[in-house]
Write a protein that binds this ligand. Structure first.
Ligand SMILES: [Zn+2]
Length: 434
């Protein structure tokens, strides 16, 4: 395991090794500062760990909050402050804020978390984080942790066995025990997936198969997320025909679920069933059937009262943009549209806005303020009643249909960075009359 720590080293040595060999590019001054901060923070976590142990000896339990350690068990209140905490005493998550004094650390066993953590601890064991510092987040790690076993390790935010346990075998042993205790607890279904992954990693295929079968026997027939976990596990075991059966059965129970269709697309692609994949792609997204076909003509009146039709744009690459001033996503997308329009309008690119605003005046104000130069159509109705939204089966905005020079639909999801790439590609096809 690439990131396992050496059990023969003290926590101090482990952290130093991580920070010097992997974490810090040597010339980067900020990084050096992070390095020093990590060392100090690690010292604080060790102090906190000792104080918690002393507290436990006397009370037979963990403190409710870290502030209870001060001053009796933790004489220096600065031990509760991480040097990388720019607010001098705020944890990363608001919910973990200590009620009595400034504390930089995310204590994982306070009253709101205690029940859930107790349960998690039964599954993962004492490697689970008890105190976390999230103030040093960088590309290498997100959290510096003090575990329930009072060991320090760094990790990403989520529980990953290769970060928490020292060897794969140790991880397997701990998770097997944990699952025995919580065998049909839905909250820990993802542990099945983790364990199957670990079994396969060390070549224990039989154990993986056994666990997958046990999982099959406990999940409820309509539990969608459990079936996704089952599908992932069968995929790990290269049993794609089985994955197919799982989702075909699920489709019978949930005949109109787009997530199930999406999954069936992926499985059929994986199995090389191109036609079946296409069929499910169409079911998952009914509009996809129009791709590559000529978009039916529209004829309407634009905002200036002039007739407008798609036919007029033949020979150009056109974006038919269904949007609304009231739609946040549409407004976020607007600078991108303006930029692509300005860059490519002289090469044969154009946009037709179909606004689903119920007040044309709001639209007029917006396009004036934002200097939007392409033509707009606005019936004054939202999509339930807008004739073009009806004609093109628009159920949400923004909906951005990119149409090639021959009038055929390229995609109805031409948004974000993809828009410019697709426009550039489409403009390469020169119009027939040139
Ligand atoms: Zn820290």
């Amino acid at each position: 395991m690439a990131q396992a720590v050496n059990p023969n080293e003290t926590p101090s040595q482990q952290i130093q090794e991580v920070s010097k060999s992997q974490l810090i590019p040597s010339e980067d001054r900020k990084a050096v500062q992070v390095d020093e901060n990590v060392e100090i923070c690690k010292g604080h976590l060790l102090e906190i760990g000792k104080a918690i142990q002393a507290y436990q000896k006397e009370h037979g339990d963990f403190p409710e909050w870290l502030s209870e350690l001060y001053p009796k068990y933790l004489p220096d209140e600065n031990s509760l402050l991480c040097p990388a905490d720019e607010h001098s005493g705020k944890p990363y998550f608001f919910i973990n804020t200590d009620p009595k004094m400034p504390v930089s650390y995310d204590y994982q066993f306070h009253p709101r978390y205690r029940d859930a953590k107790t349960e998690e601890r039964l599954v993962y064991g004492d490697v689970l984080p008890l105190v976390r510092c999230r103030h040093h987040t960088n590309q290498m790690f997100e959290c510096l942790n003090l575990s329930f076993a009072f060991k320090i390790y760094w990790s990403s935010g989520v529980y990953k066995p290769d970060e928490m346990y020292e060897t794969t075998e140790e991880a397997i042993e701990a998770l097997e025990k944990g699952l025995q205790r919580e065998i049909d607890n839905q909250q820990f279904f993802h542990v099945y997936r983790t364990l199957v992954h670990l079994y396969i990693e060390v070549g224990r295929e039989k154990d993986a198969e056994h666990l997958i079968n046990r999982f099959k026997s406990i999940i409820k027939p309509d539990d969608l997320s459990a079936h996704f976990i089952l599908g992932t596990m069968l995929g790990m075991a290269n049993q794609y025909e089985e994955v197919l059966k799982v989702f075909e059965n699920l489709e019978k129970r949930q005949p109109n679920n787009p997530r199930v269709f999406d999954e069936l697309v992926r499985i059929h692609e994986r199995l090389g069933n191109t036609e079946r994949a296409k069929e499910y792609r169409q079911k998952a997204d009914p509009m996809s059937g129009l791709i590559g076909k000529v978009v039916p003509n529209l004829s309407a009146t634009d905002l200036d009262g002039k007739p407008i039709s798609l036919q007029d744009y033949r020979g150009k690459v056109v974006l038919l943009d269904f949007w609304g001033v009231w739609c946040g996503f549409c407004i976020v997308e607007m600078p991108n549209l303006k930029r692509v329009y300005a860059t490519y309008k002289d090469q044969g690119f154009d946009i037709i806005g179909v606004s689903l605003d119920d007040e044309a005046s709001a639209l007029r104000d917006y396009i004036k303020e934002n200097d939007i130069q392409w033509r707009q159509i606005c019936s004054g109705e939202r999509w339930e009643d807008d004739p073009l939204a009806q004609q093109y089966n628009i159920t949400g905005v923004p909906s951005q249909w990119l149409i090639d020079r021959a009038g055929k639909l390229i995609t109805h999801k031409a948004r974000g960075e993809k828009l410019e790439e697709l426009v550039v590609e489409a403009l390469k096809d020169k119009p027939a009359d040139q």
